[in-house]
Design a protein around this ligand. Structure first.
Ligand code: SF4
Ligand code: SF4
Length: 260
């Protein structure tokens, strides 16, 4: 792996690799052919800048939970196998291969990650734990990629974890500032699964899940999701970055339930 990373044409391959060489490589001069196999520091700076620019929609909790879980697992393994260098193990597990790129740009992919905050935290922790276990016991240095594929399979289950309990009581959410736009030019997009609509519903409903159940005409799901609690405030449609008519489909679901 190290030899592969020293493949950067501008780097000089030392005869004896010291701890400083390894950290210099992992943090600054990493260069390999996997996607994201570039300077870890630059990837971290670009990732944080993206979080700041789109903080309402990017699932930064996954990245934070992932790094914390990887660090804790490294410390645990260092105690389990005494005699190793804790700093090197931490650096290796946190920065190896494309794991930094994965933590910022792949693990937060909206389409395949959980909607709720608690689901996202569990997803990040699971990803970190699996990554270290795969790297340690299977000797697969791209462990984070395999771990991500496994954790993506858990998203439908994690969507149900941390979902608020729907209520008939109404609580006003904090909404972002309104932007001026021409209604006739509004274009809708596919849902990016940011989860923003869940967090602003004054009745703690899950507008996107109700919308999906409505499209499938899944009557049982609409009952379980309490679509009839909707009072049509429109907050969900207001915050949706994909401009989906959530309010319309939730109200139509409510009407459908009333007709039954
Ligand atoms: S329109 Fe209905 S589903 Fe949407 S935020 Fe308001 S109460 Fe919730
Ligand atoms: S429907 Fe809109 S607000 Fe809700 S998760 Fe999808 S993109 Fe986000």
């Amino acid at each position: 792996y190290l030899a592969g990373c020293f493949g950067n044409p501008s780097s000089v391959i030392p005869n004896v690799v010291t701890q400083n060489d390894v950290f210099n490589l992992l943090i600054f001069s990493k260069f390999h052919t996997w996607i994201g196999g570039a300077c870890s520091l630059a990837v971290i700076i670009a990732g944080i800048a993206l979080f700041v620019l789109a903080r309402r929609y990017i699932k930064w909790r996954i990245t934070v939970a992932y790094f914390v879980a990887v660090a804790l697992m490294s410390v645990i393994l260092n105690f389990a196998y005494p005699g190793g260098d804790l700093l090197l193990r931490l650096g290796f597990e946190l920065l190896i291969g494309s794991s930094v790129f994965l933590a910022f740009f792949m693990a937060t992919d909206p389409a395949s990650t959980p909607l709720t905050h608690l689901g996202q935290l569990i997803f990040g922790v699971g990803l970190g734990v699996l990554t270290v276990l795969i790297q340690t016991y299977m000797g697969f240095l791209g462990g984070s990629i395999l771990a991500l594929v496994i954790m993506n399979l858990t998203s439908p289950v994690l969507d149900r974890v941390g979902k608020w309990k729907p209520t008939t009581e109404s609580k006003e959410p904090k909404l972002p500032k309104a932007k001026a736009f021409a209604p006739e030019k509004v274009k809708t997009y596919e849902c990016i699964r940011c989860g923003a609509c869940l967090r602003v519903c004054c009745h703690k409903l899950s507008p996107i899940l109700i919308n999906q159940a409505f499209v499938k005409q899944d009557f049982d799901a609409l009952i379980k999701l309490n679509a009839d609690y909707c009072t049509g405030c429109g907050h969900c449609s207001f915050v949706c970055p994909s401009r989906i008519d959530l309010k319309g489909s939730v109200l139509r679901s409510k009407a459908m339930l009333k007709q039954q």
